[in-house]
Design a protein around this ligand. Sequence first.
Ligand code: FES
Ligand SMILES: [Fe+2]
Length: 364
Amino acid sequence: MTAPAELVRTLEPRHYTDPEAFRREQSTLLSTTWQFAGHASLLENPGDYFAFEIAGQGLFCVRDHDGAVRGFYNVCQHRAHELVSGAGNRRFLACPYHAWTYELDGRMRAGPNTRSVVGFHREDICLTAVKTEVFCGFVFVNLDPDARPMAEWFPDVDEALRDFVPNVDSLKPVEWIDVEEHCNWKVSVENYSECYHCAINHPTFSNGVVVPGTYDIQPQGHCLRHTTKCQNLERMSYPVDLDAHPRAGEYSAWFLWPLFSFQVYPGNLLNSYHWRPHAVDRVTVWRGWYTIDGVDSDVVSRLAIQDRTSTVEEDIRIVESVQRGLSSRGYRPGPLVIDPAGGVKSEHSVRVLHEWLRESLDRP
Ligand code: FES
Ligand SMILES: [Fe+2]
């Protein structure tokens, strides 16, 4: 990446504190980028569905009778009742208000007494679809009808992740941990996306998982790829069989702008981050841990707890302090430490995040 010719400052505090800025992000950024909906294991069989919300819009995903995963706005085309809630399985979708029904591919099926209506054409009525993709077993949607596919947003990530986690299609969530943070989601994402703070704040991560001096984060499309060397086996905090897989001794992460990250720990252990912004100063970070078929694993359970009580806990203190600081009348946006050579003591990746944010906010 090119080094900036002059100082690059962090964003104005209002981006992190002003409810109006948050509302604007909902209608711009979150409505035009790929958003995690849920794990595909929730949709194993035709008719399986789950409802969720993105950017204030009710949505649901469903597996249709041909095996395709589809996403729709969760609204009946009659008089706007919500169609489904929670998760479950249906042969077809029936609206609870007046019992209009829809096929799993969104076409209207029937409605009581609609045949008596002159000019009523059932074939013209269909649920409103949203772009949906299954990416390495994770379902993502994009509210922008013109959105480019995820392979263009995040080039080579699918292949690389499969290389690190060869059984990614057989994984199911085994542990998931909600972490409430009283901060703007960008404070949390920026903190995740630089390791300038790691050595002094994350002793377990820095001594038990990675070698901080080798940590780097570089853009790859709209993905920030984290790479590092790992500690040698004796210093790892859990046993790793290096002979099990050529990548067994490696750590890597792929942050998918703006709210999701795949992370692989040594031992080919996949875990994920999903940031769920609730308000300008509140976000839930959902940590997911996965095993083949979702079978219990002591190693994964221990690792999930270790991660929650060390790295995650350490980051909560940081991001909540930053959020308070962003409301200080004494704060002026400081310069980012951008080392032209990249590396762990550089915040070039934060600059990239700010450029991506501006891209969507500047869209007409
Ligand atoms: S609103 Fe759905 S059937 Fe009337
Ligand atoms: Fe951190």
